[in-house]
Design a protein around this ligand. Structure first.
Ligand code: TXA
Ligand code: MG
Length: 316
């Protein structure tokens, strides 16, 4: 066991809270991907996140809180955002809201914007830390900027080593793909990043105008053409692998006689595929694999989010 990876017991949760109090950084599990957390109300603490992630300062951080009640201190809710929060929090949904005039959130954490992205994660360890700390935690995904997110404590350690004082191990993240980000500031609700909560699930609640953001202005740098990228070259929608490729597949339709085939869900289950995908890409990178092909992924349910991520991963 790496010396900065800790078991998720109450003693270690207290230790994590003390690190946050001292403006240090922690790696912690959420149900989507691991987060790299710091006090959201401290310029010093959030600056450390940008610096170790090598993240540009113009890319704001998601602010994590323990409840809708707490969220109301930091974001202005309207009818739609309130309904969505009531339905899907705690859970893999991030709401982009206007900020109240007075807010304790560090301006650096939100890149000097007037908006704030808030989320209540459902992972019990994340919730325990948030409840004990009682203040908001700024946390991007715990990976180096632009690379594949971390879905296991060991991934966080591989990216940051001892630069983070503590990584709490909460097992492999159940969704394995980042939260859905929804801009609910106006009645024209927009999905800025697809994720585990689908467009249909959001539509069911707001029952009105809902777009997937397709503008040219980047609102969330997670929308950058190239992002979520492993070192290996990725080819998507591959019906057949080339001889020199590792072949990541879903379901049983694909020829498995190819030596280097990795079937992430024989049952064709998109959730299982999402759960295993990032760990698989990281594993292939660690083996120095240069070329990866991914079989077609149905564009339904969480499949749309998977397609979004692998498309960006395939950009060079
Ligand atoms: O599942 C998740 O959302 C994970 C876990 C740790 O919560 N976090 C995560 O954070 O994926 P990150 O930083 O990797 O992605 C957050 C995205 C970025 O694309 C960022 O630009 C966008 O959210 N974002 C954050 N605050 C924003 C704001 N005020 N306006 C527009 N976009 C914002
Ligand atoms: Mg990220």
């Amino acid at each position: 066991m790496k010396k900065t990876i800790y078991k998720p017991n109450s003693e270690n949760i207290q230790k994590a809270v003390q690190i946050l109090e001292k403006n240090g950084l922690i790696g912690f599990p959420t149900e989507t991907v691991y987060g790299l957390g710091a006090s959201a109300i401290s310029d010093t603490a959030v600056t450390k996140i940008y610096s170790i992630k090598k993240r540009p300062f113009h890319n704001p951080l998601i602010i994590h809180v323990s409840s809708l009640e707490q969220a109301k201190n930091y974001g202005i809710f309207n009818n739609n955002s309130e309904k969505l929060a009531e339905k899907y929090w705690p859970g893999p949904l991030t709401l982009l809201l206007n900020m109240p005039i007075e807010s304790k959130i560090s301006a650096i954490a939100i890149s000097n914007l007037q908006s704030v992205a808030l989320r209540v994660p459902s992972h019990p360890v994340a919730l325990d830390i948030l409840k004990e700390y009682k203040k908001p935690i700024a946390a991007p995904s715990a990976n180096l900027s632009g690379t594949v997110s971390a879905t296991m404590a060991s991934h966080v350690f591989n990216d940051f080593g001892d630069d983070i004082e503590m990584i709490i191990d909460g097992d492999q993240c159940t969704h394995g793909i980042e939260s859905t980000i929804v801009d609910v500031r106006s009645d024209n609700v927009q999905i800025l990043r697809e994720g585990a909560i689908t467009k249909d699930q959001i539509f069911k609640i707001i029952k009105s105008n809902l777009d997937i953001y397709a503008g040219s202005r980047i609102l969330a740098p997670g929308q950058l053409e190239k992002h979520y990228s492993p070192k290996a070259k990725v080819r998507i929608n591959a019906k057949k692998p080339n001889a020199d490729e590792y072949f990541i597949t879903l379901g049983r339709e694909h020829e498995e006689t190819h030596t280097n085939t990795i079937n992430l869900s024989k049952a064709g289950d998109l959730h299982e595929f999402a759960y295993k995908l990032y760990a698989c890409l990281r594993d292939l990178d660690s083996k120095n694999v240069k070329k990866v092909a991914i079989s077609p992924i149905p564009d339904q349910g969480i499949g749309t989010a998977i397609n979004d991520r692998i498309k960006r991963a395939s950009k060079r």
